[in-house]
Every structure is written in structure tokens, then in C-alpha cells.
Design a protein around this ligand. Structure first.
Ligand code: PMP
Ligand code: GLN
Length: 380
């Protein structure tokens, strides 16, 4: 049997490729973004309790209502925006799914979506599977800021959406209040939607305020804002997140969701309802992770990598011009096999493979893991 591929250009995601290679070669995995330290025991206990208390059947299609209420409360506390948990919040199996469902809800064949590169690898396939076209704009190297002049010239009547991601994977850049002003001046009076990937909402350093779209009611009215509990609570394998969008947009979002996942794992939703009330657990994540970032960056000073700055996310990038001029993918593979450290080559996040000779390192790891990795990296 032959399938005419809907995604002919897509290959196995780099995260799977590098994690598999790391396992094969017994390498330290600073590639795929996941913590190697345990998540909160209290939260694990709450999930166990929920299961024992028989919260094991389907929750409502849009998600466990008390959890949506707790999310609305948190959003009001953090961003001063009041939402209706019944009509504006949908629990999803992860942030990636929320982004996919948002795009699927709005896109028609021939539509265009503005995507900034380097881009998280699910974005362009998510656009293309809907018959739409990704119009890519490079973030300005090496600070990875948005080129708003380029955005203005890319806008045309086919532009259906702008896909934003802050804090940014893979670069750790973040958007500022000035970026929000630029965005506002571009979309104001247009029919352009915003899909905002904010899965690293609580992973932002130097006390920089997170410029969530949720702060801005005029932007929120055209937006789908996507989050991930996996990132906030160090449990990426939970694959649980949510999408915030105004009622009219959520209505269409749920049409996609109800015939795909329909609903998500109940015990974690019940557990998170209680755990979300503990504000320190999410507020404390930024300083905790910043310490890891600072520690890793300073250690990497002993290697020949030139580290960039990271203002958020799990990631920091480093240039290897002083080490080699080979393509980043080749170096990443060689480092895994010969040095025993897996990383992610940043060129995979460009549709045309633009290679700035930069690797992405995940620092969301135990101190011992970071020490051991840098000790190995010092050898090259
Ligand atoms: N967006 C970005 C930028 C990410 O790095 C991730 C990480 N996995 C996701 C979305 C997806 O989150 P989830 O695992 O909850 O689907
Ligand atoms: N977001 C994680 C990363 O960027 C990986 C998620 C995945 O493997 N799909 O590394």
C-alpha cells in the first residue's frame, strides 16, 4: 500500500534522533529538553490520591472544571485578566497539541502563517498539514530578536496568523514590551490571529516580566495562548497543557479537540487543581532554573564554545567556531559518539537548514550531570 504523504518533507524529529543516539552511545543527554531531577513529591502524591479516590473516568471534554477555575484564578493573579473558565480555557494533552489544534481551527488551504526561525520543529508541519503556507522570517542573529520591518513586509491579504514563542526555544530569547507594541500596531484593525506558544511562561530569568498575550485584552481577543504543565512542574512526560482563547475562538478549537483527544488524563487534572493554589511552586521555578543556567554558562567558559545569553526556557546556545567548521548536525552527532554529550544542532530549526554553527544545550539537569557534561566537552 502506498500513502501519498501529507508531510513529504518531514523526517523523524531531532529530539527522538538525538535521544536515541545518546542512549546508544551512553552519552549525557543535553539534547532533548527534559529535567533529569525528580518532580515534586507532593504533586505525585496528589495524583496517587486522585486515582485512589476514583477520579479515573472521562473528565468533561474541555477539562476538569475545578482545574479550569484554578487556571483562571492564576491568570488573574499573574496577568490581571479575567477569564471565563467555562468558555475560554481548554485542557489539552500538552502544549504541542494546543498549538496544532489552534492552527487547525483557523487555517484554510492557501492561508499564510508567519513563523519566526529558528522555530520549534512542530510549527511548520502543523501549518502545512492544514494546506497552509509557513512564511518564515529569521530572528536577527545573534540576539534572536524579531525583525518587525520584515514582518510588516510579509503581511498580505493571505496572512491568517502570526505564531509567537516567548521564552523562545531553541534560543532563550524573550519578547519585550516594545515587541508587543510592534505586534499591536501590525495586527490592529486586521483579521490576523495570534498563536502564542508560552510553554516556558515560568522559565524567564533576571526577573524580566513575561510578556504574555494574556496581559493584553486587545491582543487576546484574536489569540490562542498555549501552555504546558510539563514545563512548569518538571514533568514533561505528563503531556498536559491548556489553551486560552476567547469564547468564539475556543468554540472552534473545541470542535477540533473533541474529535481528536476528546479529553485528557483525569488524575493529573484533579491533582493540579490543588497544586496550582501553591503559588511558590510556579513562582520559584524561574530562580531555580536561572541558577542552573548561570552555573552551566559559567562552566562552559572552560570549553572552546562561545556561549550566547539565555533569558528563558530550558536552553542556551553556544557557537563552536573556535572548535570546528563542520556542519552543526555532524558536530552534534560526533560529540554524542566520541565525546559522550548529546546536544541539538540549531540548523534543524530552519526550513532551509541555515547553519550558524550553533548547538543548543539543555541545562535543566542535576548539577552532577552538568559537571560531567562540561568535563567531557572540555576535551574538544
Ligand atoms: N512549544 C515549545 C517551544 C516547546 O519547547 C515544547 C516542548 N516540549 C512544547 C511546545 C510542547 O510542550 P508539551 O510537551 O506540553 O507538548
Ligand atoms: N520541547 C522539547 C525540546 O525542545 C522536546 C519535546 C519533544 O521531544 N517533542 O527539546
Amino acid at each position: 500500500m502506498h500513502i501519498q504523504s501529507k508531510l513529504p518533507k518531514v523526517v523523524t524529529t531531532i529530539f527522538t534522533v538525538m535521544s536515541r543516539l545518546a542512549t546508544e552511545h551512553n552519552a549525557i543527554n543535553l539534547g532533548q529538553g527534559f529535567p533529569d531531577f525528580p518532580m515534586s513529591e507532593e504533586l505525585v502524591a496528589l495524583v496517587n490520591e486522585a486515582m485512589k479516590n476514583n477520579f479515573n473516568q472521562y473528565p468533561p471534554m474541555p477539562g476538569w472544571m475545578p482545574l479550569r477555575e484554578a487556571i483562571a484564578e492564576k491568570i488573574e493573579f499573574l496577568y490581571k485578566t479575567k477569564l471565563n473558565p467555562d468558555t475560554d480555557i481548554t485542557i489539552t494533552p500538552g502544549g504541542t497539541y494546543a498549538i496544532y489544534s489552534s492552527l487547525t481551527a483557523i487555517l484554510q488551504p492557501g492561508d499564510e502563517v508567519i513563523v519566526f526561525e529558528p522555530a520549534y520543529d512542530s510549527y511548520i508541519p502543523n501549518v502545512e498539514i492544514n494546506g497552509a503556507k509557513a512564511v518564515t522570517i529569521n530572528l536577527i542573529y545573534p540576539g534572536y530578536k524579531i525583525d518587525w520591518a520584515a514582518v510588516r513586509s510579509a503581511i498580505n491579504p493571505k496572512t491568517k496568523a502570526i505564531l509567537l514563542n516567548s521564552p523562545h526555544n531553541p534560543t532563550g530569547s524573550v519578547i519585550s514590551a516594545e515587541d508587543i507594541e510592534q505586534l499591536r500596531s501590525i495586527v490592529n484593525g486586521s483579521n490576523i490571529f495570534i498563536v502564542s506558544d508560552e510553554v516556558y511562561e515560568h522559565l524567564i530569568f533576571n526577573e524580566i516580566p513575561h510578556q504574555s498575550i494574556l496581559r493584553y485584552p486587545d491582543l487576546l481577543k484574536r489569540s490562542f495562548v498555549c501552555f504546558s504543565f510539563g514545563k512548569t512542574y518538571n514533568c514533561t512526560g505528563w503531556k498536559l497543557g491548556y489553551c486560552v482563547a476567547p469564547a468564539e475562538l475556543t468554540k472552534e478549537f473545541r470542535k477540533v479537540h473533541q474529535f481528536n483527544a476528546f479529553s485528557c488524563f483525569t488524575p493529573t487534572q484533579v491533582a493540579l487543581t490543588a497544586f496550582l493554589k501553591n503559588r511558590d511552586a510556579y513562582i520559584g521555578l524561574a530562580p531555580f532554573m536561572q541558577e542552573k543556567k548561570d552555573y552551566f554558562k559559567q562552566l562552559m567558559g572552560q570549553t572552546k564554545f562561545t556561549m550566547h545569553e539565555s533569558y528563558g526556557s530550558y536552553f542556551i546556545c553556544g557557537s563552536y567556531e573556535r572548535i570546528s567548521d563542520e556542519p552543526d548536525r555532524d558536530l552534534a552527532i560526533r560529540l554524542t559518539k566520541e565525546v559522550g554529550v548529546a546536544t541539538i544542532p540549531v540548523s534543524v530549526f530552519y526550513h532551509n537548514g541555515k547553519d550558524d554553527k550553533v548547538l543548543r544545550f539543555c541545562f535543566s539537569k542535576k548539577k552532577e550531570t552538568l559537571d560531567a557534561a562540561v568535563e567531557r566537552l572540555m576535551k574538544i
